[in-house]
Write a protein that binds this ligand. Structure first.
Ligand SMILES: Cc1cc2nc3c(=O)[nH]c(=O)nc-3n(C[C@H](O)[C@H](O)[C@H](O)COP(=O)(O)OP(=O)(O)OC[C@H]3O[C@@H](n4cnc5c(N)ncnc54)[C@H](O)[C@@H]3O)c2cc1C
Ligand SMILES: NC(=O)c1ccc[n+]([C@@H]2O[C@H](COP(=O)([O-])OP(=O)(O)OC[C@H]3O[C@@H](n4cnc5c(N)ncnc54)[C@H](OP(=O)(O)O)[C@@H]3O)[C@@H](O)[C@H]2O)c1
Ligand SMILES: Cc1cc2nc3c(=O)[nH]c(=O)nc-3n(C[C@H](O)[C@H](O)[C@H](O)COP(=O)(O)O)c2cc1C
Length: 573
């Protein structure tokens, strides 16, 4: 990036500066970068010069709408600059067209554990197949992600690399962005527009990855972390239930969320596990180590930063190479790994830190509304319970949340979901949310109640037993009485011999369900992805087939159209 005389000056400066001076310099440079960024953003609005390229495609892969918003913004900017930009969602993209594309820009987020969004999966799989070339393709990829996750921007990286493998020419380096992506993304597209202008007659290839602005600037550009106080923490399930579902009310200043958003929480590791690891390895708990450019004590890293309770296979593989042992590639906790395949000594253990990944955040749908619950955010947490070798275990974050005493503080951030939002006040909505899937719908109804929205509301809720598992029963019944909730249908799966689920209720009320759809209702599904959301979708298709008198393909097309119109939304996990 720098010529060697310039690099020498920087090197001299760094080697003669104190730590404090370097910190100041870091801030000073960040300020200059931010200033020029603003200028460049404004410049991007100004037409750089006449474009040589008249047509481009901007494709997006999104789960919660950020990539879509950015892609739409880029398309508008391109049009302002005289470029005809085709904007398309990757799930709508005709895969056969890819070999014909000349200028193709992808905006894609990463989901799950480094996976592409569900809507981009087909496209992602397609480009990972062999048997075709993209020799005509000139491309650029903007990757959205979150540095809190172990595999930061992995899906975008994969698309970028794969396009190159298939013969495409990368005309702009991959830009990875953290959760506050606006500035870097705007910058990146400003550069794209420059490349497409007459100033760059010969569009040149770019290096794979842009300067690691987003990684090094993690701290300054990070998300807003709230510190809240737990006001209430109660179990919503009654005696006799198989489950524990906690309702938490958290007070915090300057909250900014809308119904449909979630909060993200990074759980801490259990003290007992941290202490076991320290005693197994003999490492000094107060020793300071550097992890991903930050210094922290061994104790702090093990307690608050690193995933040690259930590590992915890729970490186990690296550990096996370090200790030179054959270890089956399976998920496992660090303390078990150390017990079965010990490290030589504490200094070998220090090498393990570089392999460990950060603790991933857990998301919880917000079940409150700022209109109704000013200064508070509520969540609905199912205590994750599972068995390992017949021993009952609990999920790291949900267990900690369920035990959190009232009065304790808790750190969290708001994860916005612009794809799961209430429609205009006069529109009807159908909400389908078994189990914790109920959470956003408590938020929707509280909001509609407080704002006096005139649209009709219909809720399908399901859980195991009426007597113990009807979450928020009194509140929903009140909303029925006050006319906020026009219809409610419940399915208690374990109150009889055979299972009754929400989809059975949808089918039973199919005629009316279809009538609501025909009169413009919006459908929302929240809760378990598999198998619930797939089964519910099949039931909706059945309703459309039966009551709309449609063939299979016509019913699929009907639901597709609802999706395109933003009238069919899912937030499933
Ligand atoms: C958009 C979104 C919204 C969500 N909303 C909600 C919500 O409103 N309410 C809610 O309750 N949840 C919600 N979730 C799920 C939530 O984020 C967590 O995934 C859930 O609470 C489990 O996290 P945990 O840390 O408790 O469990 P983890 O510790 O992450 O465990 C998860 C699973 O990993 C396996 N596992 C973990 N440790 C071990 C081990 N030692 N041995 C073997 N297997 C193991 C088990 O199968 C376990 O069930 C949402 C998720 C998303 C993505
Ligand atoms: N291991 C455990 O002990 C345990 C217990 C509860 C929750 N969880 C996990 O915790 C998470 C959240 O749980 P939750 O309370 O939100 O929901 P949930 O317990 O998964 O389910 C809520 C309701 O949905 C029903 N259901 C199951 N399969 C369905 C399907 N295919 N279609 C429609 N409904 C279906 C359940 O019935 P049935 O359960 O009767 O089939 C139950 O009545 C889930 O990921 C779940 O796997 C684990
Ligand atoms: C369940 C979930 C898993 C995620 N996993 C990752 C991940 O593995 N790597 C990453 O960089 N970002 C991850 N993210 C962060 C998203 O990529 C980020 O929030 C992005 O802005 C979402 O963009 P979208 O709205 O276009 O989907 C995850 C987000 C969620 C909700």
């Amino acid at each position: 990036m720098l010529t060697s005389p310039k690099f020498k000056i920087i090197e001299d400066l760094i080697s003669t500066s104190t730590r404090e001076e370097l910190i100041w310099l870091n801030g000073y440079l960040a300020g200059i970068v931010a200033q020029t960024t603003e200028q460049r953003e404004q410049e991007a609005e100004i037409i750089p010069s006449k474009p040589v390229v008249s047509k481009i495609t901007i494709a997006y892969g999104t789960e919660t709408g950020n990539s879509k918003k950015l892609a739409a913004d880029f398309a508008a900017k391109a049009k302002k600059n005289g470029i005809n930009a085709k904007l398309v969602s990757l799930d709508q993209y005709r895969l056969n067209d890819l070999t014909k594309e000349e200028y193709f820009f992808t905006v894609i987020s990463t989901q799950g554990d480094g996976e592409p969004p569900a809507a981009a999966k087909k496209f992602y799989d397609h480009i990972h197949q062999n048997g075709f070339r993209l020799d005509k393709l000139k491309y650029g990829v903007l990757a959205l992600g979150d540095t809190a996750y172990p595999l930061f921007c992995k899906a975008g990286e994969d698309v970028d690399q794969q396009f190159q493998k298939l013969g495409g020419q990368r005309i702009i380096s991959l830009q990875r962005c953290d959760t506050n992506y606006e500035t870097e993304a705007g910058n990146w597209f400003g550069e794209v527009l420059q490349k497409l202008s007459t100033d760059n007659k010969e569009i040149s290839s770019a290096s794979p990855v842009a300067a690691p602005l987003t990684i090094t600037s993690k701290k300054s550009s990070g998300k807003k972390i709230y510190t809240g106080t737990v006001l209430t923490n109660i179990n919503l399930n009654d005696r006799g239930s198989n489950k524990k579902t906690h309702h938490l009310e958290i007070a915090a200043d300057d909250l900014d969320y809308r119904p449909g958003d979630s909060i993200g929480i990074v759980p801490e590791n259990p003290l007992s596990v941290v202490e076991t690891i320290i005693s197994l390895t003999g490492i000094d708990a107060n020793k300071k180590l550097s992890y991903r450019n930050e210094e922290s004590t061994v104790f702090n890293l093990l307690k608050k930063k690193l995933n040690i309770v259930y590590m992915p296979e890729r970490v186990v593989k690296k550990y096996a190479a370090l200790v030179q042992q054959e270890i089956p590639e399976t998920k496992i906790g660090l303390s078990d790994l150390l017990k079965i395949y010990p490290v030589k000594d504490s200094s070998q253990f220090e090498e393990v830190f570089d392999m460990l990944e950060p603790i991933a955040p857990r998301l919880y749908s917000i079940s409150s509304s700022q209109e109704a619950h000013n200064g508070e955010v509520h969540i609905t947490v199912a205590k994750d319970t599972f068995a390992v070798n017949e021993e009952t275990k609990f999920g790291l974050c949900s267990d900690a949340l369920c035990q959190l005493p009232e009065g304790d503080s808790i750190n969290f951030y708001v994860h916005k979901n612009s794809q799961f939002k209430l429609p205009a006040a006069d529109k009807d909505i159908i909400m389908i949310g078994p189990g914790t899937g109920i959470a956003p719908f408590r938020s929707f109804l509280a909001e509609r109640d407080s704002t006096g929205a005139s649209g009709r509301n219909w809720l399908f809720f399901g859980d195991q037993k009426f007597a113990s598992d009807f979450l928020y029963q009194t509140e929903f019944q009140n909303w029925v009485q006050t006319g906020v909730l026009n219809k409610i249908n419940v399915a208690f799966s374990r109150d009889q011999q055979h299972k009754i689920y929400v989809q059975h209720k949808i089918l039973r009320h199919g005629a009316e369900f279809y009538e609501w759809l025909q009169s413009g209702a919006y459908i929302y599904i929240c809760g378990a992805k598999e198998p619930m959301s797939a089964d519910v979708e099949n039931a909706i298709l059945e309703v459309i087939r039966q009551f709309g008198n449609k063939k299979d393909n016509e019913a699929v097309a009907y639901l597709e159209k609802l999706k395109e119109e933003g009238r069919y939304m899912k937030d499933v996990y």
